[in-house]
Design a protein around this ligand. Structure first.
Ligand SMILES: Cc1ncc(COP(=O)(O)O)c(C=O)c1O
Length: 382
């Protein structure tokens, strides 16, 4: 190809990157040379990335090994690993592989479900929940309807039930919730789901389920097994530490899986071979999962103590992040001042201007957050 058309074909920055990679310079180095704080993969050295609820202890060593093997055969579309992963998930939960739909992160299935729900009505959720996929799914129909804001940050299940009107096609609950980190009691949620699912499909996003005190009690998978109109979404992005590998799934009746998920997405064809290989390798790796959970709990303790030391507090978390009450301080200013110290956290959610979310990263990064608390607060009160 002549140089000029080759450049048009690649685009100038892609051409530069392509040339660098061809000459043996790793992509990560190319990107970080251009933008010190934005390497191609993961955070730059010295940056505490605590803003996206990633779990830096993953992927597990077994997952990395299998993903590398799968990458060597990346010329081929996914094969037997997909039914294998579905069977493993189905076996754990006492359902059939037809109850399982995989997607690129749980964002895939969550978006498909929201799209399907939007075709026939609105999605009802609490005032504050992980609403990205619901909002995205309703772009072509329906809307996200929220419970009115009240004084508490707990989800009011009675109010939620009362709010199920005829134009609601889906109720969405995130449990534990993001960004609050709060977990609903398993029995209370179970009673709600049984009652509500007689009126409308209930979606329970359980992205952080494995981090709760009693994951089985907290999960609503048993209701899917018993035939209630309930969908459970799960992900390999959190406890498994595979956010960048993009594997998630839904558990629902085969009929719902077909009508709300498979008919609205690409199904298995969308899956990434390396991600699926990593998921298969780590799904039952109890040693890795326990290690991950223990580190996250250690980090939560560090943050709680650090906050206490400066007179702040956080909600009790059942996740790998904490929702910090900043009193009368502005969460966006707090975020900016933390970023100035290479500590990346989330800013304001909706109109919760005095609440700030921080993820449990590596302990040394969590320590950077704790160390920055006092000077940042001092600056903000100056
Ligand atoms: C509650 C919840 N659900 C789903 C997701 C989406 O994650 P993924 O698409 O990586 O599975 C997130 C991401 O932070 C989340 O917090």
């Amino acid at each position: 190809m002549p140089a000029i058309s080759r450049r048009l074909f690649l685009g100038s920055s892609a051409a530069a990157t392509g040339a660098a990679v061809a000459s043996g310079v790793p992509l990560a180095a190319v990107a970080s040379a251009g933008a010190a704080k934005a390497p191609a993969y993961g955070p730059a050295a010295g940056v505490a990335k605590l803003n996206a609820n990633e779990n830096p202890y993953g992927p597990s060593p077994g997952a990395i090994k299998e993903a590398l093997e799968a990458t060597k055969l990346g010329a081929y579309y996914v094969g037997a690993s997909v039914p294998m992963l579905k069977s493993m998930i189905a076996e754990r939960h006492g359902v059939t592989p037809e109850h399982i739909a995989l997607s690129s992160g749980s964002s895939g299935v969550l978006t498909y479900i929201a799209t399907a729900a939007g075709e026939t009505g609105n999605i009802l959720g609490p005032d504050l929940f992980w609403d990205t996929t619901a909002r995205m799914g309703t772009r072509h129909g329906g809307e996200v309807v929220r419970l009115p804001k009240d004084d508490g940050l707990e989800i009011d299940l009675d109010a939620m039930f009362e709010a199920i009107t005829d134009d609601v096609s889906l109720v969405q609950i995130t449990n534990p919730n993001n960004p609050t980190g709060l977990s609903l009691d398993g029995e209370a949620l179970r009673a709600f789901c049984k009652k509500a699912s007689r009126k409308v499909t209930v979606l329970v996003d359980e992205a952080y389920n494995e981090l709760t005190e009693d994951p089985e009690y907290t999960s609503m998978v048993d209701l899917v097994r018993e035939g209630y109109d309930v969908i459970v979404a799960r992900t390999f992005s959190k406890i498994y530490g595979m956010a960048g590998m993009r594997v998630g799934y839904a558990i629902a009746s085969p009929a719902t899986t077909e009508s709300m998920i498979l008919s609205h997405g690409l199904g298995d064809y969308a899956m990434n071979q390396a991600g699926v290989a990593a998921a298969v390798a780590s799904y039952n790796d109890l040693g890795f999962l326990e290690m991950s959970k223990a580190r996250i709990m250690e980090a939560r303790d560090m943050v709680m103590k650090g906050l206490d030391g400066v007179g702040l507090s956080a909600l009790p978390s059942s996740t790998n992040f904490m929702f910090v009450n900043l009193g009368d301080l502005d969460a966006e200013v707090f975020r900016q001042k933390m970023a100035d110290r290479n500590v990346l956290i989330r800013g304001i959610y909706r109109d919760y201007t005095h609440w700030s979310r921080v993820s449990m990263g590596r302990l040394e990064h969590v320590q950077m957050y704790v160390d920055a608390l006092a000077p940042v607060l001092e600056e903000m009160s100056a």
